[in-house]
Ligand binder design. Structure first.
Ligand SMILES: Cc1ncc(COP(=O)(O)O)c(C=O)c1O
Length: 399
């Protein structure tokens, strides 16, 4: 039986509309489709395969842990679980870790923890969650309701209550709504899905101070910005603004599903035994991979190289822009880069993605007007060069 893109339309629920080609193999920043056609990957599975496809070190871990223990349930802990948690504690502000399986689940846990902490310490009236317009935090009902994109939360019946949305990077707007009833402020240090919009330094600092003043917890959703993506292990380390709760997912397993919620000892106490849980969270197989990912990415030389590759990547994009004048701005940190299209091409970002695919290059959008580039953090100069040749070919068709 040969499966084709047509099979997708026949047997899959149509909540996605994937590309016409079907990738079957990947190595490093190269991907091959069913016809053996080669692509350079500037997406890394939406900031997930940060060490590239099928890196030898992780394949080794997958095989060796795969022969030992895959799953044990949360009635038993495991060595890889404890090892990964210890490393996350060692490398961040956190004192306690809880594992889950996706970004949405980690955020769901963070929001529930913030609400429960407020109930434990201040009472039920402290339930307001402040969030930002255009933000994205996952697809559970709580996380779509908290995120600032009604198109994802409308049409599912009543939403969780006491959530307010204000413009991102607008400290006065936060000041206007924060009060003693606020239990949490949640934000992405760089808004990813809505167009690669970095938080301003003063904004993050200001929000931190307001949270302190009103005993609200500050939650950083680092699902997309975490695990080295910005050239720091976590983006908060670049800003020097420490959250109370941090969520991480995507690249933590380099494609093997795993996420984590990080917090302090004091806050973690509100998740007493039985208050929250998940069957698969913290399973030994996922954690063994996560531990290796952190071992590699947290090395200072590895992080330093990301910043060098970032400079090169932005310079190449700028060169293409001098040639074709298609972008109004190239922005982002590390290897999370957005190129905003000129007005003529607004709402057309998807056309660029399709054209790039035809030219053998995988790229992403971040909203309708922005091209998003999130290559593997260890992309080689050769892969980068070939990717930019393909991008040049693709962009030429729009100029
Ligand atoms: C900032 C942010 N939070 C949460 C999520 C949701 O993660 P997941 O799709 O793993 O549930 C995403 C996914 O793109 C994200 O970018």
């Amino acid at each position: 039986m040969t499966y084709t893109r047509q099979t997708f339309d026949e047997v899959m629920i149509q909540n996605y509309n994937p590309a016409n080609f079907i990738p079957v193999k990947g190595k490093g920043s190269r991907v091959w489709d069913q016809d053996g056609r080669e692509y350079i990957d500037f997406t890394s599975g939406i900031a997930v395969n940060s060490l590239g496809h099928c890196p030898d070190e992780l394949v080794d871990v997958l095989k060796s842990q795969g022969e030992k223990l895959w799953h044990s349930s949360n009635w038993f802990t495991s060595e890889p679980t404890l090892a990964l948690a210890s490393k996350l504690v060692q490398h961040t502000f956190a004192e306690r870790v809880m594992f889950a399986n996706s970004g949405a689940e980690a955020n769901e846990a963070a929001l529930k923890l913030a609400r429960r902490y407020a109930v434990d310490h201040f009472g039920y009236q402290k339930s307001k969650i402040i969030s930002f317009k255009q933000s994205f935090h996952g697809r559970t009902l709580f996380t779509v309701s908290v995120a600032g994109q009604p198109k994802y939360s409308d049409g599912f019946g009543p939403k969780p209550a006491d959530i307010v949305h204000v413009p991102f990077n607008d400290l006065d707007a936060v000041k206007a709504v924060i009060d003693d009833h606020t239990c949490a402020v949640i934000l992405e240090p760089i808004q990813g899905e809505s167009g690669i919009i970095p938080a301003k330094q003063e904004f993050l600092q200001g929000v931190r101070e307001l949270c302190n003043q009103f005993n609200a917890l500050l939650i950083f959703d680092e699902v997309q910005t975490g695990v080295g993506r910005t050239g720091y292990l976590y983006a908060y380390q670049k800003y020097g603004v420490i959250p109370d709760i941090l969520t991480t997912a995507k690249a933590l397993g380099n494609g093997f599903p795993i996420s984590a919620m990080l917090t302090t000892d004091k806050i973690s106490k509100s998740f007493a035994p039985g208050v929250h849980g998940t069957t698969f969270g913290g399973n030994p197989l996922a954690c063994a991979i996560g531990e290796k990912v952190i071992d590699i990415i947290a090395q200072p030389e590895f992080l330093a190289k990301i910043n060098r590759t970032s400079a090169l990547f932005k310079a190449e994009l700028a060169k293409l822009n001098e040639k074709y004048h298609l972008f109004t701005e190239i922005r982002g940190e590390g290897l999370l880069i957005g190129a905003e299209l000129i007005e003529k091409f607004h709402s057309k970002a998807g056309d660029f993605v399709s054209q790039c695919a035809k030219d053998g290059l995988m790229i992403l959008v971040a909203g309708p007007n922005v091209l998003r580039f999130a290559p593997a953090l260890n992309i080689s100069e050769e892969e980068l060069k070939q990717g930019f040749e393909k991008l040049d070919n693709a962009l030429a068709k729009f100029s």
